[in-house]
Write a protein that binds this ligand. Structure first.
Ligand SMILES: *Cc1c(COP(=O)(O)O)cnc(C)c1O
Length: 424
């Protein structure tokens, strides 16, 4: 049946103006099941062949019964995005995934879906800058308070959980100091303390990716990613995702529908087609290079300290080896390095500026997890808006440098680093 109610297509007789809108209306050119690469779907609203289908679609959406979804409106659900979500749920050992327009949309939506006025969050004391700003500048306005404590010692939770605690939140490895938080240790203590009401463990797994660590295997309730980083991998598309169980699907879908941080289908397509398919190969190669670069830095006389979970000198090496594993069971310490220069803050800036101006294989920029090696100063850049005191308690030093290793030949990265060392 056609929208005009007629049985037959009038394309022969209608004006070309109308034809431009409807075309042949029903195309035989869409043969979805036989694609190798999924097509980009880009439709804000979907044709409903009857009011019955429309009603059923809304009903199923509100009950989160969407095995074979009836698509209605992009903000509720959309095919390309749903395919990406299915794959991400499987990778992170969850039952469902709900994607968002950015990592921050995923972080804020997860917290909003789980809390109400008066609830408390306990967070590790070093977290992504905007997550910290969300928790300190915005959430208190809605009666949500966050206590920042050192979660590298899980026992610290014991005295801090109260009857109002709803979420325990952290990143591991943390940003930028790459501290490892014992997911299982946190989950166990949280379980003991969840007597009258459930306390949720939420892990931002952006740094590690499911190729290096799957927090749900250790009992975490929610996993969040900024898809903009390692998973997209090419630095072309922003995105975020929350992975959990069916029980929370409805609330996560409703939060996304009403707060509106929807991932565009075009971005979902790039992340699905280019990002996911190349992720395992990228991570493996970037990790090998990261170890070589970390060893080079460790042996350099102008370097005070190198933090890379893959180095045996790493303070939490044993925990990293236990927790950070590839799906095949190999040690997977990730692609990020943090190091301190033996220098004055002035020469640290000189070092970075030499790289910015002279280096071919490294780029001075924020963000991480791209095919290009990115270098930055957390003190001056990603964590610049924190107060002096906050930086001090977090251990963010003026001479600290964060390095996100890309796909270049390790010899070129080392060459460019050596060039910058020579100037200080
Ligand atoms: C980048 C990042 C985010 C935020 O992601 P966007 O996609 O930039 O909104 C959150 N957490 C971590 C650990 C990140 O690195």
């Amino acid at each position: 049946m056609l929208p005009c109610g007629k049985k037959e297509c009038k394309f022969e007789t209608c004006s070309l103006d109308t034809f431009c809108i409807y075309g042949f209306f029903k195309s035989r050119k869409w043969d979805f099941n036989h694609h190798i690469v999924p097509p980009i779907s880009s439709s804000i609203a979907f044709r409903l062949e009857s009011t019955k289908r429309g009603y059923k679609g809304f009903e199923e959406f509100s009950e989160a019964k969407q095995y074979r979804p009836i698509y209605i409106y992009d903000r509720l659900g959309e095919p390309t995005r749903c395919i990406l979500e299915e794959n991400l749920a499987h990778l992170e050992r969850g039952e469902v995934a709900v994607s968002f327009s950015s990592g921050m949309a995923a972080v804020s939506s997860c917290i909003l879906a789980l809390t109400s006025y008066g609830d408390e969050i306990i967070s590790h004391n070093t977290i992504y800058g905007c997550t910290y700003s969300l928790m300190t500048n915005w959430l208190p306005r809605f009666g949500l308070h966050t206590k920042f404590i050192d979660l590298t010692v899980p026992e610290n939770l014991k005295n801090n959980i109260t009857n109002n605690t709803k979420i325990v939140y952290f990143e591991t490895p943390s940003n930028p100091l790459l501290q490892i938080i014992d997911i299982k240790g946190i989950v166990n203590i949280t379980k003991q303390k969840s007597k009258n009401r459930k306390i949720y463990v939420v892990v931002d797994n952006t740094f590690a990716t499911p190729l290096c660590q799957r927090p749900r295997e250790f009992g975490a309730d929610f996993v969040i990613h900024s898809l903009s980083k390692n998973i997209c991998g090419f630095g072309t598309d922003l995105g975020g995702v929350i992975i959990s169980t069916k029980k929370f699907w409805k609330d996560l879908l409703l939060v996304r529908k009403d707060f509106g941080g929807v991932l565009s289908s075009k971005s979902a397509w790039s992340i699905l087609v280019y990002g996911l398919s190349s992720l395992p190969t990228r991570i493996k190669r970037q990790q090998e290079t990261a170890l070589e670069v970390a060893k080079f830095l460790e042996n350099h006389n102008k370097v005070e300290k190198v933090l890379y979970p893959g180095l045996s000198s790493f303070p939490q090496y044993e925990l990293a080896k236990k927790q950070m594993r590839s799906p095949q069971g190999e040690f997977a310490p990730g692609i990020l390095i943090y190091f301190l220069l033996k220098a004055t803050p002035q020469s640290t800036r000189k070092f970075l500026n030499t790289i910015a101006r002279k280096s071919y294989s490294m780029t001075l920029a924020v963000s991480l997890g791209q095919v290009r090696t990115l270098i930055e100063s957390p003190y001056l850049m990603t964590h610049a808006t924190l107060s002096k005191k906050e930086k001090e308690t977090m251990g963010i030093d003026k001479n600290g440098i964060r390095l996100s290793i890309g796909l270049e030949d390790s010899r070129d990265i080392i060459y460019d680093l050596e060039l910058a060392f020579k100037t200080i």
